[in-house]
Write a protein of this length. Structure first.
Length: 277
């Protein structure tokens, strides 16, 4: 998740961390010229509190924070006139305008997703191997994430990978999670990373030593900590302000399509033989 987004949402932040975050968001560019000691003085905290905040949002320290924060501020300036992923159209748009905006949003979303995939190719390999060698792979999620999971399951089954399972009955996923063992694998899908039913399944899997792969945009949340492999999605949308999930849905399906294609390539001769026969 982007630094600015984490500073805005303040999930799990202490009182001091919230005070520092609010000051950073207010001053923005001015922060870049300040040392950790100066920022601590300005916020009536301590250099140690500054470092703790940096680590809470997934960074090694204050120097990395300034580099990443500067890059995000520059990106914000460049995207002032770009499409808002939360409401990607305007009140008076016609059909052609809507189509163009959604095309551009999808293009931008997938471009960012591709960059993340390229940077985390090893994790995709690990995720693929975990699932490929599992006796059963069970898909967990709700709403649109689960719909994407069902489409992924259908593609996998058509290619001959019949170990992929899901529970279409609402409320039954936790019971399905209880049946899994160490030779199985869970595939957890949650853009926000805070869906309680999905978190409950993740806790069950962890308790029962079941390997898990997660697709989410939330880097510092419980869901990521509970998972063996995490594939992070772009976070162009704000979960409390989005009116549609065009960007997150496109990225979720893109990631699953990449995993499906990786499977296909690893079993290319077997799958194409089945299709020909």
């Amino acid at each position: 998740m982007k630094i600015i987004r984490q500073l805005e949402e303040q999930n799990g932040f202490s009182h001091n961390e919230k005070e520092i975050s609010n000051y950073i968001l207010e001053k923005k560019d001015r922060i870049l010229s300040r040392s950790a000691a100066e920022l601590a003085r300005d916020t009536y905290t301590s250099p140690a509190a500054i470092i703790r905040l940096c680590k809470r949002i997934g960074l090694s320290g204050y120097q990395e924070f300034k580099i990443r924060f500067s890059a995000e501020l520059e990106q914000q300036r460049q995207l002032i006139n770009e499409i808002d992923a939360n409401i990607p159209f305007h009140k008076n748009d016609g059909i052609s305008d809507i189509a163009l905006r959604l095309e551009k949003l999808t293009e931008e979303s997938l471009k960012e997703a591709r960059s993340l995939i390229t940077a985390s190719a090893d994790d995709f390999e690990k995720a693929g191997n975990l699932m490929m060698h599992a006796e059963r792979v069970v898909i967990f999620g709700v709403g649109d994430a689960f719909v994407s999971g069902l489409a992924f399951q259908a593609r996998m089954m058509r290619a001959g990978f019949n170990q992929f399972l899901s529970s279409p009955v609402y409320g039954e996923q936790s019971h399905l999670a209880q049946t899994l063992g160490e030779k199985d694998c869970g595939l957890l899908l949650s853009f926000s990373g805070v869906t309680e039913s999905t978190l409950q399944c993740a806790r069950i899997l962890k308790e029962n030593h079941v390997p898990s792969v997660t697709l989410t945009s939330l880097r510092s949340g419980e869901l990521a900590r509970l998972s063996d492999v995490v594939l992070y999605l772009p976070d162009k949308e704000k979960k409390y302000r989005r009116y549609a999930n065009f960007s997150s849905h496109a990225c979720m399906e893109y990631y699953l399509n990449v995993l499906y294609s990786w499977y296909f390539i690893n079993k290319y001769d077997d799958i194409t033989k089945i299709r020909i026969d």
